[in-house]
Write a new protein. Structure first.
Length: 370
């Protein structure tokens, strides 16, 4: 019998795991199954739940353990995760996190804190789950001038729009099915309003363009989409997907989140179910695309463990956001499709503001770039 490659590895990292929900628990289970040189010393849980081996309800106990060299943050929501990440970096601990809200809130500040304390900040799991999207962006941007980065970065909305099109479901039916399958939370607000994608877009574009992207980017979700809108798009040979869009030209960039009308010759139009999709274009490598699982316990845990393995091998992660680029929303232009009118040749930011004022659903058809 051949020997497993996941055994008899000397510990390379001692970690403190913050959170024991779907992702945290899966990280712990996978590290128990496969010995890849990572040992959990503490698991932080809420007061009243820290009743198992290694468990504690004291963040200070985890932080102040000199044997812990890396904090693995898998808590829900921005707070208190952001304060824990800052405290860990300031204490000279590496940080691996899956928390898109915390990272997007202060990516530049966290990167500077990591650099000042000579530690790594790694967040592969914050965008695209197991798709390894962050690593793809980093490797492209370190040698290429990136001109655009875009993607389908929310599995809940992709599942809903896909099955409204292919299965004829209503919005409510598609949402209920996504919740039943575990793709959508009981409160799906962050998904369907585009807030979840906004956080991922801030992280993705910041890394691609090596600049701290503004937080107030134009965002339109899928609230208000109907079976009739989907059917009308289909009659025109178009599929609808909620996407992050961004472009860079020289020292200017733009980012936006909106449901996009896609022709059938585009890869994104054929990304089905809850899958994610990312596309990045570099001046040397050209256009690169990737499709994969963007959420769920195992894909997200895999992304976190990949970051830990990189740390164990001595690889560092301190995002460089040193370019003083200017945000220019006029770079993203196209046609806005509303239920009652079509407005061609408008900036996406303007169309999203019109949709907000009208309280109307917006589908966007990007203008072809020169």
């Amino acid at each position: 019998m051949s020997e497993s490659p996941f055994t008899k590895t000397e510990p390379q990292l001692n970690i403190g795991l913050l959170g024991y929900g779907t992702v945290g628990r899966t990280v712990a289970e996978l590290l128990d199954e496969r010995d890849c040189g990572i040992r959990i010393r503490h698991i932080l849980r809420r007061p009243g739940h820290a009743d198992g081996p290694l468990m504690t309800d004291s963040f200070e106990a985890v932080l102040n353990d000199p044997e812990v060299t890396c904090i693995v943050e898998a808590l829900p929501g921005r707070d208190p995760a952001l304060s824990y990440i800052r405290a860990a970096l300031a204490a000279g601990k590496h940080v691996v996190t899956s928390n898109k809200a915390a990272v997007a809130a202060d990516l530049k500040g966290l990167a500077e804190l990591a650099r000042a304390n000579n530690v790594s900040l790694l967040f592969e799991a914050s965008c695209g789950g197991g798709m390894h999207w962050v690593e793809m962006i980093k490797k492209t941007a370190r040698f290429n001038e990136v001109s655009d980065v875009s993607g389908i970065l929310n599995g809940t909305c992709n599942y809903m729009l896909d099955h409204m099109e292919r299965s004829g479901l209503s919005f409510e039916e598609a949402l209920a099915r996504a919740q039943a399958l575990g793709y959508a939370e009981a409160d799906p607000t962050a998904d369907i309003t585009g807030a979840d994608v906004r956080n991922k877009a801030i992280i993705s574009a910041s890394l691609a363009y090596r600049t701290p992207v503004v937080s107030d980017i134009p965002t339109a979700g899928i609230v208000g989409v109907t079976s009739g809108i989907i059917a009308a798009a289909r009659e025109r040979g178009r599929s609808l997907r909620l996407m992050m869009l961004s472009e860079r030209r020289g020292d200017r960039y733009a980012v936006g989140i909106v449901p996009v009308l896609l022709s059938q010759d585009e890869i994104a139009a054929h990304v089905h179910d809850n899958l994610n999709y990312g596309r990045i274009t570099g001046d040397v490598v050209g256009a690169l695309s990737i499709v994969g699982q963007g959420a769920g316990g195992r894909p997200t845990a895999d992304a976190m463990i990949q970051d830990l393995i990189s740390l164990g091998r001595g690889e560092t992660g301190r995002p460089g956001l040193d370019r003083p680029l200017t945000y220019d929303p006029a770079l993203l232009c196209g046609t806005g499709h509303f239920p009652d009118e079509v407005l061609p040749g408008r900036p996406l930011a303007e169309l999203i503001e019109i949709a907000r004022q009208k309280q109307s659903f917006l589908a966007f058809e990007p203008q072809a770039t020169e």
